[in-house]
Each structure stands twice: as C-alpha cells, then as structure tokens.
Write a protein of this length. Structure first.
Lengths: 413, 139
C-alpha cells in the first residue's frame, strides 16, 4: 500500500505506539482487500460492548490508555455504539458486578483516548449524520448501512478494533465501499408488496438481505411508492445488514446515489421479484398466535424520540401482564427528551422499563435471559429476532401495536 | 489428493496446520456460537453442537454484526478459538478481527467453492502470506 510521509511516520512509531499499532492493523486489513492507499475519514464510531470485548479487549484498551496523552488521543471525532450495561439499572436484570466492572473500566479507558461515549446506534439521527460522499469509519452494521445508503456516506463495516485504529490515525484503508465501483448495484429487486410500518420495512430488509447474501452484494430496490421515514429506513437497513451482512442498498428515486435506477447501474441487471409470499415466509419462522410471551423488547436499533412517543401512546392506560416483562432501549440523547416530555413515565407506568445507552442483544442477552427465565421473546425488530436464536431464545416478530397488545395479554395476539 | 496446493487471495495471520471442519453455511461469532462452551449454538446452523476449538473452519461467508471483530480476540485469549477460518468470501469484520487476534484467515479460492474443495477431517496447512492452502491428508 502507498503511504504518505505522515503515515510512514506513524508506522515507524514516530507518532507513538497507539498510532503505530493502528496503522499496522490497517495495513494488514488493507492488504487482504487490495487497498491502494489510505483515505482520510471525518468521524469514527466504535462498537465495543463488554460481552464481545471481554476481559481481553478491556485490558487491550487499558494498555492503550496508559500511553502519553499526545500519543493516545484520537485524531478525529470518535463516538461509541450502545454499551452492554446500563449502569443505572443492571442488578434488576440479573447482570453481575463483574459485567458492570468491565463496562466501567472500558469507559474509563475510552475516555482517556478522547472518545465521546455517545453509546448509540442511531447517531445518524441524533449526533452528526455524515453527508454525501463523506468518508467515515463506522461500526455497527445498522449505522453503516444507513449512513452509506440514506446519507450517501462511505464506510465499510469497521469492527471495534478497526474503528479504533481509524480514530487514532484519522484514516482508513481505501477498499470496498470507499471506491465508486464497489457502490454500483449488483442485484435488482422489484417490490410487489408495499411495506406498511416499521416491522414490514424490517421484514422487507431481511428478505432482501437474505437474497443478496454477501457483504459484496449491493441491492437496488424498485417499486417503492411512498417515501419512507428515517425510522423506516433504520429498520429496513438494520434488518438487511443483519440477515445479509449487507452494508449498502439503493432505492431508486429515494436514496441519494440512485435518483434513477440507471445511476447505480440497475438498468443492466436482471429484475428479481420480492413478493408478499417471500415476506410471509420469513415472518412464519417467528412465533404464532396464542404463544406465551416472557419478554417484549423494543430495541435494535435504539428507539428514536418518535418511536418512544408511539410506544407511549400505545401503552397509555393499559397494564403489562403479570408474568411478562417489557424493555425499551433508547439512546442517551433521546432519553432526557423522552423523560422531559413524560414519555418515559408513561412507558414505565405501564410496567415496562426504559434503558438508556444499551441495546438488548448487546447486553449479555444469554445471561439475562437465564437470570430472568426469559425464553419466549417478542419484538417488532426483524434484526433482533434474527440474532437471538443463537442466544437460547425463541424469538417472535410482530408490529409495535401487536407487541404492546401481546404484552398486555401475556401471549401473542 | 494429499499434498495438493490450492491458491487463494493473500490473507491474514500466521502459517498454521490443523484439521478442517467444513460446512456449506455462514459464520457470525455473535449469532452462531456459544463462546463459553466453544460450540456452534444456533440450532439452524449446519455445525450446531460441534466444537470449533482448534480446528480450521471452512465456511461460505461471514454474516451479521461487527461484534465478531472483538470476539475473535476475546475467544483466542481464552484458548477457545479456531486455528484458522477459510471462506469463499470473508467480510471486512472477520478480516479485521483476524488481524487483531492474529488468527489465520484466507478467502477467494481460485478453484471454486471451499465446501467442495475441502472435507471435514482434512489435514490442512494454511499459508496466508503466500495465499496457499495445502491438503496434507484427506479426512
């Protein structure tokens, strides 16, 4: 890979050990993906929940934080994905002091690097959305797919270590979605059933992700009749990225790089239909009427203020079933607004709990499931139902309205 | 067949030897594994119930989230990790995780589908620097 003088100095250790580690890591990855050089990034976003980093990742960060401040400080604004422990509410969930301890240590180390602990996977709604053509180094697949597709920014999936490396060097290897040619459509899908509501958008994303099937596939979608909202795009992208490891989609006439089908090369591709039966087939894997529900979860991605209001409106005047729990995960940016506007009080008055700065599947889902006897989980997120099977849950999927009604009755309506 | 050398793209990590565990399926450390027990745990996965520890995993592609990058490092620190992973197509996350964990990873084989090139039980030598995998003996 071609390096400029500053990058060579980093590699030689002249700018300190953290930057030397970082650029060495980036060169290893860049080589595997044939990067010609590095590209400067404007922001980095790191996924690093305690369950995935463990003791090893925590010690790694603590060692990084021991270096002199001038060496360890990130070079560009760097923010974080949801944490695994809401430090104001973890014992009631069955989370342990050991889990909270890892969380506290990791946060302390990150802050020493100048990382902003935003703890959110909806930074594109709440922090600083990137702009068209903006090169960034984002973690969390939902963040990357939204920013690539809806904002027209340029990012690969950057796992925690690589996002950290990008934050330290202020650049990332120029491969994958930083290149024009990798952003052209490779699959063309024609939607026959208009999605209605967040869960439908999630299901459509999941179906297209599963059909696309690889990080290197870029779907372009036709046939969407109504402009989706940011929350709908959020669920669509998060589900697609989860089911397909897909980092970028285009919707003809909606997303900025695909104002026409031809603009992303979609006109040259064979059209494949996504029908109602494709969507029903995916839904049929997740729960049935009358099944008992142990826990209802609204998360993945964290809820926007608008979704918080929707949940609050639905639960108002109702009571949660005795043997069912309900958790709502939102960002630390949305939470104070939702509290100020009375939405948190309404949701918690129903019997649910609002968590801030976490996301259910990133917070030791297996352990909290076992501690609370939660097995049958219901959510409106097509992403979360995909993940939690591996964590010992029997996940079910329903709209936000049906989730709340099921929470009242204790069984799927 | 033994001694057969298969070419792939230049990869990541050290040269390693080990036994292959092959499936026509995909991989996510978060979605598919019980990392405490060291087994595939997602019931729908073709390797469900099998140990991934110290084997050379051979799978189609990487799925799902970014967490796998930290997870490979964490798994390796506890000695409950595969020796190497071979894919038809890796994604960026798994490559980044391999770079941090110093775990061997290669993809893009010239002769086609890894699920057909390799069999469970094959003794393999993976040389990511050269972009070569040698089948030392058949399983």
């Amino acid at each position: 890979m071609k390096l400029n003088d500053m990058e060579k100095a980093m590699l030689a250790g002249e700018m300190g050990e953290p930057k030397r580690w970082a650029i060495d890591h980036q060169l290893k990855v860049g080589r595997m993906f044939d990067a010609a050089d590095m590209v400067p990034v404007s922001q980095a976003h790191m996924m690093a929940d305690p369950e995935s980093i463990g003791e090893a990742g925590t010690v790694f960060m603590e060692k990084m934080a021991e270096h002199p401040e001038k060496d360890r400080r990130v070079a560009v604004p760097m923010i974080t994905d949801p944490r695994g422990v809401d430090l104001n509410y973890y014992r009631p969930l069955g989370q342990t002091e050991e889990m909270a301890g890892i969380e506290r240590r990791f946060i302390a180390a990150s802050e020493k690097l100048g990382i902003l602990m935003t703890n959110t996977c909806v930074n594109y709604q709440t922090i600083m959305p990137p702009v068209l053509g903006d090169h960034v180094a984002f973690g969390d697949t939902g963040v990357v797919i939204y920013c690539n597709s809806v904002c027209g920014a340029r990012s690969n999936f950057e796992g925690g270590p690589s996002a950290l490396a990008a934050g330290l060097t202020g650049r990332t290897p120029r491969y994958g979605l930083h290149l024009d040619e990798k952003r052209c459509a490779t699959r063309r899908f024609v939607v026959k059933e208009q999605p209605k509501g967040l869960t439908d958008w999630g299901v459509l994303g999941a179906v297209i992700g599963r059909m696309s099937g690889s990080y290197w596939a870029v779907p372009v979608v036709e046939g969407i009749e109504q402009k989706p909202t940011s929350d709908e795009m959020k669920h669509f992208g998060a589900a697609m990225a989860s089911w397909g490891s897909t980092p970028l989609f285009h919707i003809a006439g909606v997303t900025p790089e695909a104002q026409t089908l031809a603009a992303v090369g979609g006109d040259k591709l064979k059209a494949e239909t996504v029908s109602k039966s494709d969507m029903d087939a995916l839904r049929s894997n997740f729960g049935g009427k009358g099944d008992k529900v142990d826990v209802v979860v609204f998360a993945a991605p964290q809820l926007s203020l608008v979704e918080m209001q929707q949940v609050a409106d639905l639960v108002k005047g109702k009571t949660l079933a005795k043997k069912t729990a309900m958790l709502v995960c939102t960002s630390p940016q949305v939470y104070p607004d939702a509290a100020r506007m009375g939405l948190v009080a309404t949701i918690e008055g129903f019997g649910a709990k609002v968590l801030q700065g976490t996301c259910f599947y990133q917070q030791y889902a297996r352990e909290i499931g076992e501690a609370n006897g939660w097995k049958r989980l219901l959510s409106n997120s097509a992403k979360i139902v995909n993940i939690l099977g591996g964590y010992g849950y029997q996940p079910a999927l329903a709209s936000m309205e049906a989730c709340v009604e099921s929470a009242v009755r204790g069984e799927i309506v | 067949m033994s001694g057969k050398v298969l070419k792939c793209h230049v990869g990541i990590g050290p040269k390693v030897r080990g036994k292959a565990l092959v499936a026509d399926d995909n991989f996510s450390a978060r979605y598919d594994l019980d990392r405490i027990k060291g087994i595939f745990s997602r019931p729908q996965h073709k390797l469900a119930g099998q140990s991934y520890v110290d084997v050379i995993l051979v799978l189609n592609t990487a799925k799902g989230g970014v967490a796998s990058a930290w997870m490979l490092y964490e798994m390796k620190s506890r000695g409950l990790a595969p020796k190497a992973i071979l894919f038809n197509a890796a994604n960026t996350i798994l490559a980044q995780g391999a770079a941090l964990a110093e775990m061997t990873m290669c993809d893009r084989f010239e002769d086609g589908d890894v699920a057909k090139l390799f069999q469970t039980g094959d003794e393999l030598e993976v040389d990511p620097e050269k972009g070569e995998v040698t089948i030392l003996s058949r399983g």
